[in-house]
Design a protein around this ligand. Structure first.
Ligand code: SF4
Length: 739
């Protein structure tokens, strides 16, 4: 590396722009501000600033590891031996138990190219339906609700730059001050411009402290809160009847559920007083425009899809959707949480956000892949269901870019399932807790050592550029898939060059909901990212094999004329002109068949697990600013570790007093699934009936030892955000809260 390289942070979905600069005499680069990139304008959080530390070979895997069958120890091995062991094991498993006995588990931080090729690898090279990824744990409920209401799932239907210019924002279960600090300025600017910020969160977070109004409902009751607020909208005559009549369908069905949720009843369910509900409704409706933005709080519930649906209903009823500076959006979490859910590593999906069950979609993608559509497997299991099946009918697993031993719900059980496999292979940058269980571990390149595209939370497709040389002995995930596919008899169709993979992805996504066909590496570099959908001509597009060709593939997505993108930017693209991309969706019509957004009738229901005499306290989980996801990378950065060295239990002073613990003393938290012990962090900013634990750590303080894998029936999202626990002094001095 001898020049400065503009690129992006390896972590969250904001995908902050940064520049990497060589450091004389040092093996890794330093981060410098990239003020010209519009999303973060140079600002970075501590994770982004310190990201080069994970490039150092001191914390890296720099050669494959293979488990010695006699000693049981992971030992260094060559690439040929490691890949050969994996191919032999996968082949043997398939021969003995069938193709679906081999599973693949991907990640929401993989580049678009990797996510795309992983889906193809599973379905073409392995012939298995058993593929899903950890993004199922992150954004799937919002994605499902988006699809249901708007016919299209893109986290934000507008760029972040619109936030400071709207009238009022309701942030539901989102804490950008901790999860993506550079995004906080959009809300600060909103307030500086005279706009209002309402934060809904059981904890008085650093984000909530900046709000004009903070509502603190009981965890798991946000659905009732949304219904109660919508009830008030109707009762106070603030329904936007003109918008509802012109741009939506299904209001009458949804209305019945809304009107059944009286404010006083909602106060009893949520703990939010009727005057506060009224204040929130007045604040939102008095503004001339508004947005509702959700994050993991309402989404990571066994009713997450309906909860998000209730907030979408609220937006539609108030006319705050499909209009400039208004709408519903989801603040996606993982680095490629958006792109990672579009191109085929989901259990039910083909590239371009196509459905695996759609014959036309199968025809199109099979044509690009040069295979028979009938040879493509059908949908597989969702992430937790796949992990739960390990050691049963799924006997071997390949993991890429994920650490489920820390990040999965009911993690102790998942760890046992992983141990029960006949064979486990993990490709990772470091020896994560999951990699430590593997039979073969493959060391792979990361972030600044490779090129690839990411799609940030706005739907902006970005280019991460290779800036440094990877340690010797490390290969890219694309090279891993290429090598394994070749050993499994698929020597063609798995390129190792990311741009070549992207060109294929463009063809595969053409005409789909997430259409990338008009996006190129050169355009992304020149334009600071391109928003999808962006249709275009793809050179070398071969289309389906005419021998197997059926009807023309049906459009499953918006295209410029289908979802009514920003007409000034995309809706009136002259024939032959380059499509500019679509920063703003739905301004003319939604991406449904009739162009109308759909109200969905939803009603409140309690969490899958309610508190009782034995487990009288609610546990909710989340993140801290210093760490990303399972912490596999950030826990290896000294500065971040010093700032947040381990797990903790946040609890109210009254609860602490009741169980007899002081600040820093160990607290034991027990659920029906397990036990965790971590130091007390006592604060009045949390409800008295609730404790909070961050989920970044393994071992004794692992929050996910406790969490409930109850699944949302639509999205298959587990209920990370609420479960019933007993809380007691970790040294056994107390009998537990509620006793
Ligand atoms: Fe930006 Fe997220 Fe990286 Fe922090 S972790 S620098 S907020 S992309």
């Amino acid at each position: 590396m001898d020049t400065e390289t503009p690129t992006h942070c390896p972590y969250c979905a904001l995908q902050c722009g940064m520049t990497l600069r060589p450091v004389a005499g040092a093996p890794v680069a330093e981060v410098v501000e990239r003020t010209g990139f519009p999303v973060n304008r140079g600002a970075l959080c501590g994770k982004g600033r310190t990201a080069p530390a994970v490039l150092s070979s001191a914390v890296r895997l720099t050669g494959p590891l293979v488990r010695n069958a006699v000693s049981g120890v992971l030992e260094p091995a060559g690439w040929d031996e490691a890949l050969g062991r994996i191919a032999d094991a996968l082949r043997a498993t398939r021969a003995a138990h069938g193709a679906d006995a081999v599973g693949v588990f991907g990640g929401g931080s993989l580049t678009n190219e990797k996510a795309y090729l992983l889906g193809k690898f599973a379905r073409v090279a392995l012939g298995t339906s058993q593929i899903d990824y950890n993004g199922r744990f992150c954004m799937s409920s919002a994605a499902a609700a988006h699809q249901r209401a708007f016919g299209l799932d893109r986290g934000l239907p507008f760029p972040l730059e619109d936030i400071p210019r709207t009238g009022c924002v309701i942030l539901v279960g989102s804490n950008p001050a901790e999860t993506m600090p550079p995004a906080l300025r959009y809300f600060t600017e909103l307030r500086a411009n005279g706009g209002k910020l309402i934060v809904i969160d059981p904890r008085r977070t650093r984000t909530a402290e900046q709000a004009d109004l903070h509502l603190a409902p009981r965890p798991g009751t946000d659905l009732a809160l949304a219904l109660g607020m919508l009830h008030l909208v109707v009762a106070q005559g603030r329904l936007d009847e003109e918008f509802v009549a012109a741009r939506t369908s299904g209001w009458e069905d949804a209305r019945a559920g809304v009107m059944a949720h009286w404010p006083e009843q909602v106060e009893r369910i949520t703990g939010v007083s009727v005057p506060q509900l009224r204040e929130a409704v007045a604040m939102f409706c008095d503004a001339d425009s508004g947005m509702v933005l959700t994050a993991r709080g309402p989404e990571q519930q066994a009713k997450g899809t309906d909860t998000v649906g209730a907030w979408i209903n609220f937006c539609l009823a108030t006319g705050r959707a499909g209009r400039p500076l208004s709408g519903y959006g989801c603040l996606t979490g993982q680095g490629n949480g958006q792109g990672g859910r579009e191109h085929g590593q989901k259990a039910d999906q083909l590239p371009g956000y196509r459905k695996l069950t759609d014959p036309a979609a199968r025809q199109h993608v099979a044509g690009v892949w040069g295979v028979d559509p009938d040879a493509l497997p059908g949908p597989g299991r969702s992430a937790y269901e796949l992990l739960d099946a390990l050691g049963g009918d799924v006997r071997a697993l390949l993991v890429m870019g994920s650490n489920p031993v820390v990040s999965a719900p009911r993690a102790g059980h998942v760890e046992e399932r992983l141990k029960s496999l006949d064979f486990l292979a993990v490709a990772d940058v470091v020896l994560s807790e999951t990699a430590a269980l593997a039979d073969v571990v493959l060391p792979v390149t990361q972030w600044a050592e490779e090129t690839g595209t990411m799609t940030n939370l706005e739907g902006r497709v970005l280019l991460r550029r290779k800036a440094v040389t990877a340690p010797e002995g490390v290969r890219s995930d694309l090279e891993v898939m290429h090598g394994l596919a070749a050993l499994l008899g698929h020597g063609k169709g798995f390129p190792t060059d990311p741009e070549e993979v992207f060109e294929e992805l463009r063809r595969a996504s053409a005409g789909g909901a997430a259409d990338y066909s008009g996006i190129t590496y050169a355009r992304i570099a020149a334009e600071d990212g391109v928003f999808w959908p962006c249709p275009g001509e793809v050179p070398g597009s071969v289309g389906p094999d005419p021998e197997k060709a059926g009807p023309e593939p049906e459009k499953t997505g918006p295209g410029p004329e289908r979802c009514g993108p920003d007409t000034a930017e995309a809706g009136q693209v002259p024939a032959g002109a380059v499509h500019p991309g679509t920063p703003r969706l739905f301004l003319d019509r939604f991406a449904t068949e009739d162009g109308r957004a759909r109200f969905v009738a939803v009603t409140h229901r309690p969490p899958a697990e309610e508190t009782d005499e034995v487990y009288p306290v609610v546990l909710t989980t989340g993140r801290v600013v210093a760490h990303y996801q399972s912490g596999a990378q950030t826990r290896r950065v000294a500065e971040l570790n010093a700032a947040a060295p381990g797990s903790f239990v946040e609890l109210h002073p009254r609860l602490a007093e009741r169980i007899g613990v002081a600040e820093g003393e160990p607290v034991a938290v027990t659920s029906r699934r397990g036990r965790a012990v971590a130091p007390a962090r006592i604060t009045a900013s949390i409800r008295q009936d609730t404790v909070f634990m961050p989920f970044h750590w393994a071992g004794e303080g692992r929050a996910n030892s406790l969490t409930n894998p109850a699944l949302d029936p639509v999205s298959r999202m587990p209920e990370f955000k609420v479960c019933a626990v007993r809380v007691e002094a970790g040294d056994g001095r107390s009998a537990g809260a509620g006793d």
